[in-house]
Design a binder for this molecule. Structure first.
Ligand SMILES: [Fe+2]
Length: 315
């Protein structure tokens, strides 16, 4: 870690300059506040500590909290992302050759942008529901949001990806709506998984994984318990199946897995990989697509993966 120490010494010497650069580059004109400056300084301090100790997970955890607290205040997210860019630029100037550190900072910058600039969803409770199905779907998502906000946020994103993949595959609007709803409800069974497992800041143990995996069946049970949603239940149940039969809960193989399920599976895997978790760093969209491409034919439907690659537009 000598090169990192060298970089840290440089960053220490240039601290005032970097903080000023973060503040001036990273905030919206006219919104430079003392609070933003304080956050910039603290973030830089933590970045330096992470460089010294390699404790990037601490940074990810803190970024999670601060993005949640300041969501709707884009100048904070912009400043955090700018801090990453400033440090990456300094490391690049030093030619440290420590590609992993730069890659991790890049992934952190990406995840900050993804979270901080996503507006808090509007809650127009007085607005009448579009129809009975939407009303039931949103009722279930509200319960999931109460149990685990991260899962609800993930489900909303998966639903959006499903819609984009469906359109890329030239599905009809009815089919796109269907697969989007499957994506929205795929993890709703997590309301029955305890928060000590859902929010564990570490990899799960084998016995915890058994409980976690039970969410697929729980999702099916919840969805099929509401008559208007019953036709969504099969794709919800099967969203962790794999083409090679090594998935769960039924170990379905190849053609036993429907197109809707295959779309949800790819959207779910991609969004999970680019998302932040307390126990690991996010992948960049490009690296997540590489993982999908590596596993096409075994885990994922190659045509759906191809559609996802086009939708994301990184390759
Ligand atoms: Fe799931």
């Amino acid at each position: 870690m000598l090169v990192v120490t060298e970089a840290q010494n440089y960053l220490d010497r240039s601290r005032d300059e970097i903080v000023w650069r973060i503040i001036s580059d990273g905030v919206i004109e006219g919104q430079r506040t003392l609070a933003v400056g304080v956050v910039a300084e603290e973030f830089l301090e933590r970045l330096l500590q992470a460089l010294e100790h390699g404790s990037f997970l601490d940074i990810v955890t803190w970024v999670d909290q601060i993005c949640e607290s300041y969501r709707g205040f884009p100048q904070i997210g912009s400043m955090l992302a700018s801090a990453c860019r400033a440090v990456i630029a300094q490391l690049g100037n030093l030619d440290t050759g420590d590609g992993e550190v730069v890659m991790r900072l890049g992934a952190l910058e990406h995840s900050i942008c993804a979270v901080a600039f996503k507006p808090r969803p509007l809650r127009l409770r007085s607005e009448p529901p579009l129809d009975e199905i939407d009303m039931l779907v949103h009722g279930l998502i509200e319960k999931l949001e109460t149990a685990d906000p991260l899962s609800a946020e993930h489900s909303n994103a998966v639903s959006a990806w499903c819609g984009r993949i469906g359109r890329r595959l030239s599905l009809s609007e009815t089919e796109v709506t269907y697969v989007s709803r499957c994506g929205l409800l795929h993890d709703v069974g997590k309301v029955r998984v305890g928060s000590e497992i859902l929010k564990a800041p570490r990899a799960l143990t084998d016995s915890e994984w058994v409980v976690m995996r039970s969410h697929a069946l729980a999702s099916e049970e919840i969805v099929s318990g509401l008559r208007p949603l019953r036709n969504l239940a099969p794709a919800v149940r099967s969203h962790h199946e794999r083409l090679d039969g090594r998935g769960y809960p039924d170990g379905l193989v190849g053609s036993q897995i429907t197109l809707a399920t295959r779309i949800v599976t790819v959207a779910d895997a991609f969004n999970a990989m680019i998302g932040r978790r307390l126990y690991r760093l996010p992948l960049s969209p490009e690296n997540a697509l590489d993982r999908l491409l590596e596993d096409r034919g075994q885990q994922f439907d190659p045509i759906v993966v191809e559609a996802m690659v086009c939708v994301v537009g990184h390759k």
